[in-house]
Design a protein around this ligand. Structure first.
Ligand SMILES: NC(=O)c1ccc[n+]([C@@H]2O[C@H](COP(=O)([O-])OP(=O)(O)OC[C@H]3O[C@@H](n4cnc5c(N)ncnc54)[C@H](OP(=O)(O)O)[C@@H]3O)[C@@H](O)[C@H]2O)c1
Length: 261
């Protein structure tokens, strides 16, 4: 009988980095449960099924506890070998000019829904003494994000949370890895209303490269990984640069109308 090397959950797997993470899982023989908020998750599932793994898809709003419960229910008691908590969204413009419902959606998706899912699946992994958790943080977590203030704050939360949870679980058989991408060519910038900004128009990393770096780090049980040498350099410089200077540099990238200035 053919035995799958495991069962993985990937959130935000309909597009972008999450879809590529799901492809990495499938290439490595993982059966999949994938989730996203829109019906496109079913097309992603159809594409992944051509890779000869079992794929189950859930359309659920992971910004809500009910949506996370819906995803968790679909696990139906199967042991989860890997949880790739990737769903997330950005939001451009100055904080005072943002719509507060959209602000809440960023926090609820990136932070509340993400850690609620990690707690539920993490408890099962700890009980089994086995599992891998990959959290998609960001190099944005190192930088006060003028004109993306709330988003960068959520990623600072995740980058920090990931290391804290890793430490708590170090004797448990469960590893926690934080993937920290830099600007990556996905739908993220359009959805966040950042297309008129310098970063929105800049050349970005390939999401397949970013996902492979993250998947490999998760499989190796590393604490974190920054994808791409430019981003590695940027995070090294950020760690010794005053926060006020970083915020001013960020502003040049994300200020509305900054594209092509
Ligand atoms: N692109 C970058 O430059 C970059 C850099 C660093 C980190 N990241 C992080 O990478 C992760 C993936 O982003 P991406 O760049 O691949 O963007 P993307 O192409 O916009 O993909 C985002 C994914 O998250 C899902 N999602 C968003 N809100 C959701 C919700 N409430 N419930 C369920 N699913 C939800 C989306 O599904 P629906 O369309 O169905 O909502 C989609 O599958 C995010 O955590 C982002 O913060 C991105």
């Amino acid at each position: 009988m053919n035995q799958s090397p495991g069962f993985a959950i990937v959130t935000g797997a309909s597009t972008g980095i999450g879809y590529e993470l799901a492809i990495e899982c499938a290439k490595n023989g993982f059966d999949l449960l994938i989730a996203a908020d829109e019906p496109e998750i079913n097309q992603a599932a159809d594409a992944l099924r051509t890779m000869e793994v079992k794929v189950d898809a859930v359309q659920a709003d992971l910004a809500t506890l009910e949506g996370v419960d819906q995803l968790y229910a679909r696990i139906a008691g199967r042991p989860v070998d890997a949880l790739l908590a990737n769903a997330g969204r950005g939001l451009g413009k100055g904080f005072l000019d943002q719509n507060f419902d959209e602000v809440c959606r960023v926090v609820d998706t990136n932070v509340t829904g993400t850690i609620y899912l990690i707690q539920k699946v993490g408890r099962d992994m700890r009980a089994r003494g086995k599992g891998r958790i990959l959290i998609t943080g960001s190099i944005a977590g190192f930088i006060p994000g003028s004109y993306q203030a709330v988003y960068n704050g959520t990623k600072a939360f995740l980058d920090s949370f990931s290391f804290a949870l890793r430490s708590e679980l170090k004797e448990s058989g469960v590893t926690v890895t934080c993937l920290m991408p830099g600007p990556t060519e996905t739908e993220f910038f359009e959805r966040a209303g950042l297309m008129d900004t310098e970063v929105g128009q800049s050349k970005k990393d390939d999401p397949a490269m970013v996902a492979k770096v993250g998947f490999d780090a998760m499989m190796a049980g590393k604490g974190d990984v920054v994808s791409g040498w430019k981003n590695k350099l940027q995070t090294a410089v950020a760690s010794i640069t005053p926060a006020g200077v970083l915020a001013e540099q960020h502003r040049k990238q994300t200020e509305p109308g900054s594209a092509g200035r």
